[in-house]
Design a protein around this ligand. Structure first.
Ligand code: ADP
Length: 372
């Protein structure tokens, strides 16, 4: 049954139901009639036994038997005819009713991955088909957007990896063209290779971390204040270089998650607070709880983030000022990673507010399921 078309499946099921109904109907209708005929036959036999009008009674009994068998034969013929006619009608009706589905099938078969978000399925007919096509169109839109993001991501990643490789190649070319090399030349080329490969491995490491995020265990009980303290402690040297004061509030919030990832998210936010800050500024981290979320707000005294970049800064490889950001060591992946980590913990990250006096970025984590 599974391998034949829906049209045939419905037709066969209909034929079986109609045949069964006809047979039941014929049986019950005939049962009463035949019972009566049998009673008449028996009374005729009684008359025959009493030797009254023998010829008439014999013919009558024969007629009774013939009527019985002809009744059954005609019942079978009528059942077959009704089943056949209703099956043909059903086949045509179902074929007509399934036309929008066949059209939908053709349209779906023509969909290409290239232009998913512009592709629209239009279905007519029943309410179900129209709502199916609407659901399908919105799925296509979501898929299209996801494909576009993925394509951009792959393009940006390739670009990010290509740049250091191009630098290494061109500098090596220049190096080999020079006939004689001094000790300084060697040191310079080694430094350059070291810097560029460090940049390459930094990008590759973050990309790998991002792909492994979803499968990471999230069952540890995390005390946000402890993780914040750890990150602040690890960033003290960097802060001292820029003479930046790191502060943390006294509150705490706990939830279930992955401590390595949460540390990474807080580390990136605080590190940015230090990197994009003025000399002698400060970074204040406030931990707390709000409804089902545990949150941390990182507040800095840097130059601020323009309103139009509030969301873009969380996109992979986005940098407000490419040359400046690259100079402070970023590939534009730090906040994208924070966003993915927050998402993996049922939370989010956003810029609460920002001005020329500094920015406030909030990350939230939610994991009430496992909470005690
Ligand atoms: P990067 O690794 O290059 O720092 P991020 O993803 O961490 O990349 O940040 C993206 C961009 O957002 C940075 O290039 C920077 O311009 C901007 N940015 C991030 N955090 C801050 C901040 N606290 N203040 C000002 N700008 C910031």
């Amino acid at each position: 049954m599974r391998k034949i078309s829906l049209q045939w499946q419905i037709t066969i099921m209909n034929a079986m139901v109609v045949a069964a109904a006809c047979m039941v109907l014929c049986y019950f209708m005939g049962f009463t009639a035949i019972l009566r005929i049998d009673q008449i036959g028996s009374s005729a036999a009684g008359i025959m036994d009493d030797e009254f009008e023998i010829t008439v009674t014999e013919e009558f009994v024969r007629n009774v038997a013939e009527s019985k068998s002809s009744f059954w034969i005609s019942s079978v013929i009528v059942t077959l005819l009704v089943t056949l006619v209703s099956s043909i009608v059903m086949y045509l009706v179902v074929g007509y009713a399934l036309r929008p589905l066949k059209r939908l099938n053709r349209q779906v078969a023509e969909i290409q991955a290239k232009n998913l978000s512009e592709t629209q399925i239009d279905a007519d007919g029943s309410i179900e088909m129209i709502s199916l096509s609407k659901a399908f169109n919105s799925m296509l839109k979501r898929l299209g957007e996801a494909f576009t993001v993925q394509r951009q991501f792959a393009g940006n990643a390739a670009h990010e990896l290509r740049t250091p490789l191009a630098v290494i190649r061109s500098r090596l070319d220049v190096f080999y063209k020079k006939r004689e090399h001094s000790q300084e030349d060697y040191e310079e080329i080694m430094n350059m290779i070291q810097n560029q490969t460090a940049r390459l491995s930094h990008v590759v490491d973050i990309l790998l971390e991002m792909t492994q995020l979803q499968s990471a265990e999230q069952s540890e009980q995390i005390k946000l204040s402890e993780i914040t303290e750890e990150a602040i402690c690890d960033l003290t040297d960097l802060a001292e270089e820029k003479n930046i004061l790191l502060m943390q509030n006294d509150e705490d919030a706990s939830f279930y998650g992955n401590s390595v990832l949460v540390y990474r998210a807080l580390y990136n936010l605080i590190e940015n607070g230090i990197k994009y800050n003025r000399e002698g500024g400060s970074v204040q981290v406030s931990v707390g709880r709000e409804k089902e979320y545990a949150f941390a707000v990182v507040e800095d005294t840097g130059p601020g983030i323009a309103r139009e970049n509030f969301e873009k800064i969380f996109d992979p490889f986005f940098r407000v000022d490419k040359s400046r950001s690259r100079a402070v060591g970023g590939a534009g992946l730090g906040l994208a990673l924070v966003k993915e980590i927050a998402r993996a913990h049922g939370g989010d990250v956003c810029v609460l507010n920002s001005s020329a006096k500094g920015s406030r970025i909030q990350v939230r984590f939610c994991n009430l399921k496992a909470e005690k």
